[in-house]
Design a binder for this molecule. Structure first.
Ligand code: ACM
Length: 288
């Protein structure tokens, strides 16, 4: 199919952060991103701090305000200078609470914050469960709509479905994946079943900070099309940024065959009772 005039360049930035070196990690991530031209960059989860905290106090001491912290400000000035948008995973401090969050920045402005809904493993010991819910953000470039989810959110198909139903063209997926290959495969399906683009930005490297855990991050960041093609991919151990052209019209066409629509054909009356009761008591969401 010839591409429409609604295209943008989307990129992942696959980094190798050093634990606790926020300033250096963001500087390196921006340097890597600057090597490829894109309208939308996705950076990994917790790309300022690293992942393997050993206590809540440590996680708190490294987390930053997402309104005026140094990491978000550095990302905002990159976005302003390059006239681009970005989604980046950052450790967020909000008063006494800390969250595993993502910022959505567009032309230098903070458009929004998403806080990870499904915390993975020992993250539950440091972070509050996200309280923002799933949201979609419209970018200046081509009115592209991005739906952020963070790492383990991938495992719950409802997360991707929710942002897709809200109109996301691109699911932006900052990640620190540790189960080899599983999410990368899963996200092929999330792209296909929701007819959206998916950009997974994973990290690489090893963190061995306590006797309890040694994490080897699996890299293999990828950009997937609504028809399940891999448009760009990284290796499991390289720091690299790669971009691909995303034709937004493809993500807006939900027809699977001439007689099947990915969303309209759902038979929600046969889905779980619990879900039906929720829909009945919230009439405003019954047509989703
Ligand atoms: C993960 O959610 N960082 C695996």
């Amino acid at each position: 199919m010839p591409s429409s005039n609604k295209t943008i360049l989307g990129a992942f930035v696959q980094t190798r952060p050093k634990f606790g070196k926020n300033f250096e990690n963001i500087e390196q991530a921006i340097k890597l991103a600057s090597k490829v031209k894109a309208d939308l960059y996705v950076f990994p989860e917790l790309c300022n701090t690293g992942y393997a905290f050993t206590s809540k106090e440590e996680a708190k001491s490294l987390s930053e305000s997402l309104l005026n912290g140094p990491s978000v400000e550095a990302l905002q000035s990159f976005s302003e200078k390059k006239k681009c948008a970005l989604v980046a995973g950052l450790a967020e401090k909000d008063g006494e609470k800390i969250f595993n969050s993502a910022v959505i920045v567009d032309n230098g402005k903070l458009k929004g914050i998403y806080r990870k809904t499904h915390l993975f493993y020992r993250e539950k010991l440091w972070f509050e469960p996200g309280d923002t819910g799933f949201k979609v953000f419209e970018l200046d470039k081509q009115g592209c709509k991005v739906g952020p989810i963070i790492c383990f959110d991938w495992f719950f198909p409802e997360a991707s479905r929710e942002v897709a139903i809200q109109g996301a063209d691109v699911i932006c997926h900052p990640a620190n994946l540790v189960l080899p290959g599983k999410a990368q495969l899963g996200m092929l399906v999330r792209a296909f079943e929701n007819r959206v683009f998916v950009i997974t930005a994973n990290r690489v490297g090893i963190e061995n900070r306590s006797s309890k855990d040694k994490f080897r991050y699996t890299g293999k960041s990828q950009i997937i099309s609504p028809t399940m093609e891999k448009l760009a991919g990284a290796k499991s151990n390289e720091s690299v940024a790669k971009a691909a052209k995303l034709d937004l019209e493809l993500a807006r066409d939900k027809m699977v065959t001439t007689m099947n629509n990915a969303f309209d054909d759902r038979r929600i009356e046969f889905y779980r009772k619990q879900y039906q009761n929720l829909l009945l008591s919230n009439p405003e969401i019954t047509n989703t």
